[in-house]
Each structure stands twice: as C-alpha cells, then as structure tokens.
Design a protein around this ligand. Structure first.
Ligand SMILES: [Zn+2]
Ligand SMILES: [Zn+2]
Length: 298
C-alpha cells in the first residue's frame, strides 16, 4: 500500500508527456549529414505519415495518406522544392501489392490552402484515377458536400473507414481538421501543432469559433492523438525554433494529447484580437499581422 501510494505520487508529479512512448521513430530534422527528401512512417497498415525534409523547405510539413477499401486520401502535397509523387506512389503501390490489388482511386485534399501545403498539387493533375480538391472554401465545401460551411461537419467514407471533415477557418479560410473514427486520430493541420499557431489579423473570432466547433464535436470521442502539419518546438516546454530555422535539433514529438485542444480553447478565449504571443508548453498562439507578411506561406 505504501509502495503503491509512493508510485502514485511519483506518477502524479511526473509530466505525462515524459512517460508517453513516442508514436513514431525520430523524424528527419535536418541535423543529419544526409537525410532523405521525404520520410514515411506507418501508423498502421492503412495510415501513413510523411514528412518533407527541412533541407528542401524550412516549413518541413507533414502529409497524411489514409486508405479505405474504396479510396485513399492524401492530405496536403508539401511546400515545394522536391517531387513528392514518386514517394506517394511508392506507398500506394506497396499498399496495393500487399492486398493483391491493382488500383485504388486517390483523393488529394488539403488541410488548408497555404503554399506550404499545396506546392505538389501539379504533380497530381494528370494522375489517373485521382481527384484534386480545390483550395477555396467553396471548393472544399463542394467536394465534401458541406452545405453549411463552416458550421456543418460531414462524414467522408473511404470505404469501411469514415472520416469526419470539420471546417476550421481562422488560420486560413479553407482550413479543415479531419477526425478518423477508426484510429481516433485528429489531423489538426496548422490550427494546432507543436509550434507557432499563426492567427492572422482580424481572424481571432473565426479561429476561436473553429476551436469551439472542434471541441464540441470531439467531446466524448476519446481522441487518441492530435497530429498537426508542422513541428516548430524543441522537446523543451514553450521553446520554439527560430522562424525558418534550417535544422530542428532535439525536436518535440509530433503528436499532441487531447488536453492541448482544450488548453488552446481556453487560451483563445482569453485572447483579444489581435492576440498576444502566448506560449504554452506544447504550442504558442502567435499573432500574424496582415502586412508585411511575417510568414506568408505558414
Ligand atoms: Zn498555414
Ligand atoms: Zn503550414
């Protein structure tokens, strides 16, 4: 009993993030002499997370490739400076081979329309059996059949694998988050990741409403992890790398706990418009003035 209480006290005192085993092997972070232009890691047999090397573009975004029985979804196409399609096609070919299949339709959509998430779009325009979703809110709403943007959340079925598409404008007008009911992952794009959450001037109210929408939707859904589109923080609470840093030594893990979503909600409700820079252990709310653009593609 005494020992149990002691362990209990230690567990309570210890930061939970330190105890959690990382979901992924270390990501390429620019510190190695040679690293591939893209790194693919498997979450499960139908779920792949792909990082673009910071050596090809300082944004070093993450892309997500999800398979259902009837189609696959690629979320984002990178920041440019490389060809991404050979890597994506390689993952798809491997998935098909393992299932003795010859093809699967591909949908290419975006967490949002910023340049660091769509520069590979042109590579998919002539790809067979591929639908490239547009970049504006009407494009996104039209494809996913969202009649009441941004208030309506719709299901999108990959075939035995239903995703929920959650409009989350604020960081950018066409931003969406994607909840995967199978893995219970929430793909949170640039609205929540371990780094600077840029809220453009005049968009705080919209951003806040979006975070409220996601919190209301996810309550009780037992989100497993939040996976965003960048890492800009070190494995030290509140510490971010400089903007456009060429390397990310001792980088924080990609995944965030669900508690960070409600922490962000509380943070944005405490902020005015424009927000002040507000550093939390796992993310930093960051005002983005309209001109001059501090981070035009971020
Ligand atoms: Zn962005
Ligand atoms: Zn971005």
């Amino acid at each position: 009993m005494k020992l149990a209480c002691l362990l209990c006290a230690v567990a309570l005192a210890w930061p939970t993030t330190s105890l959690a085993k990382p979901l992924f092997q270390p990501w390429i972070d620019g510190t190695g002499a040679a690293e591939p232009q893209m790194q693919v890691q498997r979450f499960d047999a139908d779920t792949f997370v792909i990082r673009q090397s910071v050596k090809t573009n300082f944004e070093a975004p993450f892309l997500y490739l999800l398979f259902g029985k009837d189609r696959a979804l690629l979320l984002d196409t990178g920041a440019g400076g490389l060809k991404i399609r050979p890597t994506i096609d390689g993952v798809i070919d491997g998935w098909l081979r393992a299932r003795h299949r010859s093809s699967i339709p591909l949908v290419v959509a975006h967490s949002h329309g910023h340049g660091d998430h769509r520069m590979g779009d042109a590579e998919f325009k002539d790809r067979p059996d591929t639908t490239l979703v547009g970049l504006t809110p009407p494009d996104v709403a039209g494809f996913f059949k969202i009649a009441d943007w941004p208030d309506e959340i719709v299901a999108f079925d990959l075939g035995g694998r239903v995703l929920d598409i959650i409009p989350t404008p604020g960081h950018q007008p066409a931003h969406i988050m994607v909840f995967d009911r199978r893995t219970r992952l929430l793909l949170s794009g640039d609205s929540l990741y371990p780094g600077r959450l840029y809220v453009p001037d005049g968009q705080m109210a919209t951003f806040r409403e979006s975070i409220d929408r996601v919190v209301a939707f996810t309550r009780g859904k037992r989100i497993s992890h939040l996976l965003g589109a960048h890492i800009e923080m070190a494995a030290v609470p509140r510490k971010d790398f400089p903007d456009a840093a060429p390397t990310h030594p001792n980088e924080r893990a990609l995944e965030l706990p669900y508690a960070d979503l409600t922490e962000l909600q509380a943070a944005v409700h405490a902020e005015g418009d424009p927000p002040q820079r507000d550093a939390h252990p796992d993310f930093i709310v960051f005002p983005l003035p309209p001109r001059p653009p501090v981070k035009p593609a971020g």
